[in-house]
Design a protein around this ligand. Structure first.
Ligand code: NAP
Length: 281
């Protein structure tokens, strides 16, 4: 049995669905504004990939390349301008920002209805009350992969390892919203191996190469690997891929969760466009 989740294939299917949806807007195109400060190499690569995805699905993308020395006030002024521009449906500020800029102030400034990253406290609050429309992209991508592989999440023991604001915490809330019984683990968790052995679904988002080993999981567990690490210059995840011998489903790295993140961003841009134009989402 092929138990490898093909994130690249699922991402392509979803992008084609989004593309079709945008074609149905009869010439109108959602617009995403991407703001990038400084010259962080990884950020520039991400932005290039985002622009490529936008072009594929038919989203207009405007990128603002800003000098690394821009003041926080000038950045806030630009966001205010984008908030007030009816032609802009989504705003994404590429993280990390330089140290002299307070990330929290910037994210708070983005109009929650244009917050396509789903990081604004309004959207996190909506998620925690199971009312959210704009969800953080990577966790939403993990849930989408499970659903597209017909995993019945309801009632499952789901373990999320990692509790960051951008992945672990929203993921735990999303799994709870899907009626899983959720445990969130972190560096202070005691006897993690006891928890991993009980879990039907394990999602690892910690940034530690090959952390989850086969002896830590039960036979037939479903494993989702969010991690992106370099091991001897080779890209690898947080799950030792030899776990695939015991898992019923597993995402590879690369080609698992990775391609889903930008895809869910495209989906959020379309949702934001629809919300702003009083259309059914
Ligand atoms: P982060 O902000 O550094 O958070 C890491 C989390 O993992 C923290 O909650 C930390 O616990 C926990 N942790 C670290 N080591 C642990 C251990 N040994 N045992 C248990 N918990 C541990 O990381 P992040 O931004 O969530 O990213 C996590 C990974 O996902 C990284 O590899 C990142 O590159 C990757 N990522 C991938 C995508 C994608 O598109 N595929 C998107 C985002 C992130 P404490 O809270 O106790 O410190």
């Amino acid at each position: 049995m092929n138990n490898i989740i093909n994130g690249t294939e699922i991402a392509k299917i979803i992008k084609d669905e989004i593309k079709k949806n945008i074609e149905d807007l009869q010439g109108k195109k959602p617009c995403l504004a991407v703001v990038i400060v400084g010259d962080d190499y990884a950020s520039h690569v991400y932005v290039k990939n985002k622009n490529k995805a936008c072009e594929y699905v038919g989203i207009k993308s405007d990128t603002y390349f800003l000098d690394t020395n821009i003041t926080e006030q000038d950045l806030l002024t630009l966001i205010e301008k984008l908030n007030n521009d009816d032609n802009v449906n989504g705003i994404l500020v590429q993280l990390p920002l330089p140290n002299h800029i307070n990330e929290k102030n910037i994210l708070l400034k983005i109009n929650p209805l244009k917050d396509v990253d789903g990081f604004h406290p309004y959207n996190i609050g909506m998620l925690s009350t199971n009312n959210s429309m704009l969800k953080s992209c990577t966790p939403a991508g993990c849930i989408e992969l499970l659903k597209r592989y017909n995993v019945d999440i309801k009632g499952k023991n789901a373990l999320v390892i990692g509790r960051s604001n951008i992945v672990g915490k929203p993921l735990s809330m999303m799994l709870l919203n899907e009626d899983a019984t959720v445990t969130t683990a972190h560096t202070k968790t005691k006897n993690l191996e006891y928890l991993t052995k009980q879990a039907d679904i394990i999602i690892v988002a910690i940034g530690v190469a090959n952390f989850l080993k086969p002896h830590m999981i039960k036979e037939g567990a479903i494993l989702i690997d969010v991690g992106m690490n370099r091991d001897n210059d080779k890209l690898c995840g947080d799950i030792d891929f030899s776990c695939s011998q015991k898992a019923s489903l597993i995402t590879p790295v690369p080609g698992g969760v990775g391609p889903m993140t930008i895809t869910m961003l495209m989906k959020n841009c379309l949702i934001a466009y629809k919300i702003q134009n009083n259309m059914n989402v």
